[in-house]
Write a protein that binds this ligand. Structure first.
Ligand code: 3HC
Length: 321
């Protein structure tokens, strides 16, 4: 599927030695770089994860993009515009990081546009009011920050370095979301109702962003073993819940979970069951906005075809071929 080439390994013994040295490097906290030897599975997992992360950034521009023309003030419009532009840039960093592993941009985009590749389930939900911009900024980007702060310690150098740059910008994204939520939650009664409605719609899909429970996460074991992930899906989800619940309650907002309770012994907020049927339906393409998001991406790709062709023609002319 990707153009990675790995020189033939002489014999199984060499292979075992190389794997041992590779794992010793990771145990020492060294970063694996593009030209280093790595198991094929390490490369495959990274291309899968990083390319889907990049797809998520690009598709993630769409829900907020619909409110750039409907921002309540010029200041809010400028802030949202900057945030959406940031997400596009994050996608570029991540596609480049995946390219260092031998993936090609054409293959990755073809995988997205054909529906073969995944992107984060969260972006298949509709943004229905301005309050959603606050819920997305605080909840979705807040969840992304926890995940991406973890990935900034990833054993693969280019991914870890891309995360460091992205996390700095994500913190601005979360702050602007919090500013919107606080403004509406402490505003008029109508504004508070609008904000609570948005929290009610984004809370559970945000918890699903972290992926299935650890017991149902087929990729986690190898990702943890080779230092790509340093925390599990459930660990990050719990961190997010413990961080976010007190903050929302302090604003007089409620969490749409009748089973939510604080467990004194563990210091964790315990939640009710996550609707994994809904999650897998969304991941499989049957969410509220999957078709709309893919149509928008395919349309944008077609609209940009002439630019790609012009650049290719110019490059060919320059190279004299
Ligand atoms: N949406 C869509 N698919 C998901 C998913 C989600 N929320 N959670 C898990 N899946 C998929 C996985 O991709 C995997 O399918 P695959 O093998 O075909 O790729 C399957 O469900 C099983 O899940 P696993 O837990 O075994 O998969 P991972 O170990 O890869 O964990 C992950 C899933 C936590 C999303 C992990 O891949 C990850 O951390 N990825 C990098 C970060 C990322 O992609 N974040 C997405 C949001 S980006 C964002 O929020 C931008 C911000 O600016 C707003």
């Amino acid at each position: 599927m990707y153009g990675a080439t790995v020189e033939p390994i002489e014999d199984a013994q060499t292979d075992d030695n190389r794997l041992r040295e590779f794992e010793a490097r990771i145990a020492r906290g060294e970063k694996i770089e593009p030209g280093d030897w790595m198991p094929d599975e390490y490369r495959r997992q990274l291309i899968r994860m990083i390319s889907q992360h990049a797809h998520s950034e690009i598709v993630g521009m769409l829900p907020e993009g619909t409110f750039i023309t409907r921002a309540p003030t010029l200041r809010r419009k400028l802030i949202l515009l900057a945030k959406v532009q940031d997400e596009g840039g994050h996608g570029q960093y991540l596609y480049h990081a995946a390219e260092t592993l031998g993936a090609t941009r054409e293959d990755m985009l073809d995988a997205l546009l054909s529906g073969r590749a995944k992107y984060s389930s969260i972006f298949n939900y509709p943004a229905l009011s301005w309050a959603d911009m606050g819920a997305i900024g605080w909840l979705v980007d807040g969840a992304a920050i926890l995940n991406q702060t973890m990935l900034a310690k990833c054993s693969y150098g280019p991914y870890a370095r891309a995360m460091k740059r992205i996390c700095a910008e994500e913190n601005f994204h979360k702050r602007q979301g919090q500013d919107i939520v606080i403004t509406l939650a402490t505003g008029t009664p109508e504004q508070k109702v609008m904000m609570q409605d948005a929290i009610n719609r984004w809370w559970w899909p945000t918890l699903m962003m972290f992926g299935p429970h650890d017991t149902d996460s087929p990729n986690s074991a190898v990702l943890i073993r080779w230092g790509i992930k340093t925390k599990t899906n459930d660990e990050l989800r719990q961190m997010f819940i413990n961080q976010t619940v007190p903050e929302l309650l302090a604003l007089g907002l409620t969490i749409p979970d009748p089973d939510l309770r604080y467990d004194e012994e563990s210091g964790n907020w315990r939640i009710g069951p996550i609707n994994w049927d809904e999650f897998w339906q969304v991941v499989k393409g049957n969410g509220p906005c999957n078709q709309e998001r893919m149509d928008a991406r395919r349309r944008a790709h077609e609209d940009g075809r002439w630019v790609r062709e012009a650049l290719a023609a110019y490059a060919e002319k320059q190279s004299g071929t």
